[in-house]
Design a protein around this ligand. Structure first.
Ligand code: GDP
Length: 467
């Protein structure tokens, strides 16, 4: 087991380094994404590039073999998932509601569906960490007058009594409030004091098992809470099953999920990206997978978007070369601006997130909570390590209100350009961005200098805390 642990770690390091090498190469050879579609005469230089790219793809595929065939990892992930699920169930369904300490979470946060789910996940994490049963106040949910249970199973078998609602104290971090029997917590954005167990912390009692089998433990951990909360109601389950059947989802493997977020998000919160940019990475994924799946005949893609015309564009441009484009036109229509945040769009967004979470790989913008939620659920919904199965066109993975991501330096670095910073082995770097050209940006906590450094010289530093 110890040897397997080492091998898994090694495998992850190699995969990450190869990915960074690919980024670096791609940055130096800008035509790389067009090479495979070059028509007619191929120049000698292009031929060399093709060969180099193919070699990268081959190497990336080979490093995934260990993951694909790792049965003991699957078993461990299954056991961990079961354990957390049982704990959450026991927390939320105590034998006696009376006398239980409770935490009231108001569902209404004025933002979109995935943002609201992230708010409730944060509540449940705080409830779990402080051994309280979480109760949901869903009286004014913009997505449904019938509240949470119009689509999901009840979060708890306990109810909020009028007395509890009146006596609930607002969490401030002070001891007298912390010990109160009923508390409510504000949205994470206005917390007076961040709790140590906020994302992206992982619980100490599971950390070593989890780190040994998963490449991105914080997303796995958050995914467990998302999975628990989003247990579908009977009606929703019927709908999701019918949708999976309509798409013949189980047959299209491996499947890539693409999420294109536009409309009210751009340009204020995120930059717009052309569909072709997403498709470059879809193509790259399949080019790698052809070595893992020699029989691969199709390139199936599930496209989710809030921008209907993107679906037409996708069908128009990508119905050849083996692509099989799938989307739900009805969903796209219901996601238009006027109906985005109300009942009409609720089934639509849940279905899109559900299908995205069941794909093998995501290509999207992590600036959108929709894709981050799908990525988190993806970790909880299969017992494979899918921590690295995504390509974000913009942000690195983050969680709103999080304790920032940190990296540990594993190889020293002396700055080669004014934009770069020095690193010493063991330094901790506050991680800000991945430039996707082999370099990342962060602030070295030792020197307090902010700048670029080669991504491969650092590894994630997990926040391990007692919950
Ligand atoms: P963010 O704004 O992208 O970070 O995510 P939010 O979930 O907070 O808000 C976006 C809202 O737009 C979603 O909740 C949906 O109502 C809608 N939306 C965005 N992308 C999609 C999509 O791919 N499919 C559907 N059906 N709706 C979407």
């Amino acid at each position: 087991e110890e040897r397997m642990d080492q091998l898994r770690r090694q495998e992850r390091t190699i995969q990450a380094a190869l990915e960074n090498l690919f980024f670096l190469y791609k940055d130096h050879v800008p035509t790389i994404s067009n090479v495979s579609s070059t028509q007619g005469q191929i120049s000698a230089a292009d031929k060399k590039q093709n060969e180099a790219v193919e070699m990268f793809q081959y190497l990336l595929a080979r490093t995934q073999q260990l993951t694909i065939n790792d049965e003991s990892r699957k078993q461990k992930l299954r056991n961990l998932t079961k354990m957390v699920e049982t704990r959450l169930h026991n927390l939320q369904h105590p034998q006696e509601c009376e006398g239980r300490k409770k935490l009231i979470c108001k569902l209404e946060k004025s933002c979109g569906f995935a943002c609201q789910i992230h708010h409730v996940i944060y509540c449940l994490i705080v409830a779990y960490a402080t051994n309280r049963t979480m109760l949901l106040d869903d009286k004014t949910w913009r997505y449904s007058d019938d509240g949470w249970t119009s689509v999901f199973q009840p979060v708890s078998s306990c109810k909020i009594s009028a007395h509890e609602a009146r006596s609930a104290k607002r969490w401030t971090g002070k001891a007298d409030v912390t010990s109160a029997s009923v508390i409510h917590i504000p949205i994470v954005d206005v917390l007076e004091q961040q709790m140590p167990y906020l994302p992206q912390s992982i619980p100490a009692d599971l950390a070593s098992d989890l780190i040994s089998v998963h490449s991105y433990p914080p997303a796995w951990w958050i995914g467990q809470f998302a999975q628990y909360l989003m247990r579908p109601s009977d009606d929703l389950l019927l709908h999701l099953n019918a949708e999976e059947k309509r798409l013949v989802l189980a047959n299209w493997r491996p499947l890539v999920g693409v999420h294109v977020r536009r409309t009210d998000k751009v340009p204020s919160e995120a930059a717009e990206h052309a569909l072709s940019e997403y498709m470059t990475w879809v193509d790259h994924y399949f080019n790698v997978q052809r070595f893992n799946y020699p029989q691969l005949a199709y390139k199936p893609v599930y496209l989710a978007t809030d921008d209907g015309p993107v679906i037409e564009e996708a069908y128009d441009k990508y119905s050849t070369n083996g692509y099989v484009m799938m989307a739900n036109e009805k969903i796209a229509a219901s996601a238009r601006l006027d109906t985005r945040y109300n009942e009409k769009s609720l089934y639509g967004i849940i279905t899109d997130i559900h299908i995205l979470s069941k794909t093998n790989y995501l290509v999207c913008t992590f600036s959108s909570q929709v894709c981050r939620l799908a990525y988190e659920l993806m970790q909880a919904r299969s017992f494979e390590d899918k921590g690295m199965n995504f390509h974000s066109l913009d942000d690195i993975y983050y969680y709103g209100g999080q304790l920032g991501r940190e990296l540990t330096v594993v190889e020293a670095h002396s700055a080669q350009r004014p934009a770069e910073i020095d690193l010493k082995e063991g330094d901790v770097v506050k991680y800000e961005a991945n430039l996707q050209n082999g370099y990342s940006i962060g602030r070295n906590a030792r020197t307090n200098r902010r700048g670029q450094f080669p991504s491969f010289k650092t590894i994630d530093k997990w926040r391990i805390v007692e919950f």
